[in-house]
Design a protein around this ligand. Structure first.
Ligand code: ASP
Length: 415
C-alpha cells in the first residue's frame, strides 16, 4: 500500500476511533487511549518540529543561491509576492462576502456568551502599529537565538541574507554552497524516514481531536462554523484550483493527488510549519516543482501566505460585529481586510495562531478583544480546514512560480 493511501486510511480510522472514544466518557478506556494517542502524536509532531528549523535554513540558503545563480531571484520574488497578495485578497473578499450573504451571528444570542467574555482575561492591546514593531523586533535577532527558540520568521530572514551573501561571494564560497546543498539533502532523507510514521501520527492526532473537542459547543455556533468551513473549502476547491489551472497550467486533480499526504497532515496537525517538510516533498516529487523554486517558495509561503487564516479572521470579525448588533461601515470592513492580511502574514504556522492575531483584527475596528472567548471553543476544529488551505496555497504558488521562471533556467553550481 502506498504511503498516500496509508495516510488517507489512517485519517478515516482516526476520526472513527475518536467518535468511538466519545461513547466512553470518563472511563479508564478513554484515559488510557488518550494517553497512548498523546504519546504517538507527540512523537510524530516532535520529529517534524525537530527537522523544521534546519530544513527551513538549508532550503532557503540553497534555494536562494540557486535562484540567484540562475538569474531568477528577482522574478521569482515578484511572482511569489504577487501570488500571495492575490490569493489572500481573494480569500478576504470571499470571507466577507459569505459572512454578509449568510448574515452570520445575527440569530445567535450574545447573552449566552456573556459569562465566558467576562471571565476572559483581556490581552494587551494589539494594534497594527505595535504588531509591526514586535514583528521587526522579533525578526532581526541573533540567528543562534532564533535557531534555539525555533523562531521561524527570524530564521527565514537570516537564511535569505546568507543565501544572497553566498552568491555574491561567488567562487570563493563554493564549498559552503556545496555543503549547504548536502546538508539539505540529508534533511530531506530524514524527512523521508519520519514520513513512515505519518499514518500512526495522523491516526493519533485525529482520534485525539475528535475525542477531546466539545462537539456540543460547536452546535451552538454551528451556523458560523458551517459558513466559515464551507467558504474555506470553496476557496480551496474552486478558487485556488482555478488559479492553478489558469496560471500554473496544471490539472487540479493531478495537484490534489500529488499533495494528498501534505493536505491530510495539515488537517491532522493544524500546523503549516509542521507540515512544511511534507509540502516541500510533495511539490518536488509529485508536482515536478524544481528544488530551487520549492526550496524558496514553500518555506516563505508557510510563514507568510495564509489564505485560510485571512478568510477566517475577516469572517469572524463580521460575526462578532453582528453578534454585538453593530453594522460595520465599508471603511471599517476595509480596515478589517487590511488588518487580517497583516495578521495572516504575521501568524506563525502553529495550531490556533490565527486566534492570537484575531485580537488585532477585532481591535482595529473597536470590537472587544474578549469576544475571542466566543470563538475559542470552536477554534481547534476550524483550524484544521484553514490550515489545509494555507498549505494548499503554498504548494499551488510554488507550481505557478516554477512555471513562470523555467525559461530563466541555467546551469547552477559548478561543483
Ligand atoms: N494553524 C494555522 C496554520 O498553521 C494558523 C492559524 O491558526 O490560522 O497555518
Amino acid at each position: 500500500m502506498s504511503l498516500n493511501t496509508q495516510i488517507l486510511l489512517a485519517a478515516i480510522l482516526g476520526v472513527a476511533f475518536g467518535f468511538i472514544l466519545n461513547l466512553f466518557p470518563e472511563t479508564q478506556f478513554l484515559s488510557a487511549s488518550l494517553y497512548g494517542l498523546g504519546i504517538a502524536s507527540s512523537i510524530f509532531i516532535g520529529l517534524l518540529k525537530m527537522l523544521l528549523v534546519p530544513l527551513i535554513f538549508s532550503s532557503i540558503v540553497v534555494g536562494v543561491s540557486n535562484l540567484q545563480a540562475g538569474g531568477q531571484l528577482s522574478r521569482t520574488w515578484k511572482i511569489t509576492l504577487a501570488c500571495c497578495v492575490t490569493t489572500t485578497t481573494l480569500a478576504l473578499i470571499l470571507g466577507l462576502a459569505c459572512a454578509h450573504l449568510f448574515k452570520v451571528g445575527q440569530g445567535v444570542d450574545i447573552v449566552m456568551f456573556q459569562d465566558a467574555m467576562n471571565q476572559h482575561q483581556t490581552p494587551d492591546t494589539l494594534t497594527p502599529g505595535s504588531f509591526f514593531t514586535n514583528f521587526i523586533q522579533n525578526t532581526l535577532i541573533n540567528p543562534f537565538k532564533a535557531f534555539s527558540e525555533g523562531n521561524v520568521l527570524a530564521v527565514v530572514v537570516f537564511s535569505l541574507f546568507l543565501g544572497v551573501a553566498l552568491v555574491k561571494g561567488g567562487e570563493k564560497f563554493r564549498s559552503v554552497r556545496k555543503l549547504s546543498q548536502q546538508f539539505f539533502d540529508i534533511m530531506m532523507m530524514m524527512i523521508g524516514w519520519v514520513m513512515k510514521l505519518a499514518p500512526i501520527g495522523i491516526f493519533a492526532l485525529l482520534a485525539k481531536l475528535i475525542a477531546t473537542e466539545d462537539i456540543s459547543v460547536l452546535s451552538r455556533l454551528a451556523e458560523f462554523a458551517a459558513v466559515v468551513t464551507g467558504t474555506t473549502i470553496f476557496h480551496g476547491v474552486v478558487v485556488l484550483p482555478l488559479l492553478l489551472w489558469i496560471f500554473g497550467k496544471m490539472n487540479p486533480i493531478t495537484f490534489f493527488k500529488g499533495t494528498r499526504a501534505a493536505l491530510i497532515t495539515a488537517f491532522a496537525t493544524s500546523s503549516s510549519s509542521a507540515t512544511m517538510p511534507l509540502s516541500m516533498k510533495c511539490a518536488q516529487e509529485n508536482l515536478g516543482v524544481r528544488p530551487q523554486t520549492a526550496g524558496f517558495v514553500i518555506p516563505l509561503g508557510t510563514q507568510l501566505n495564509m489564505d485560510g487564516t485571512a478568510l477566517y479572521e475577516a469572517a469572524a470579525a463580521l460575526f462578532i460585529a453582528n453578534l454585538m448588533g453593530l453594522d460595520l461601515t465599508l471603511g471599517q470592513q476595509l480596515i478589517v481586510c487590511a488588518t487580517a492580511m497583516i495578521a495572516s502574514l504575521g501568524a506563525p504556522g502553529i495550531p490556533s495562531a490565527g486566534m492570537v492575531t484575531m485580537i488585532m483584527v477585532l481591535q482595529s475596528v473597536g470590537l472587544p478583544a474578549e469576544a475571542i472567548a466566543i470563538l475559542l471553543p470552536i477554534d481547534r476544529l476550524l483550524d484544521t480546514v484553514r490550515t489545509v488551505v494555507n498549505v494548499q496555497g503554498d504548494m499551488m504558488i510554488s507550481v505557478v512560480v516554477d512555471r513562470h521562471t523555467r525559461d530563466l533556467d541555467m546551469p547552477i553550481h559548478s561543483n
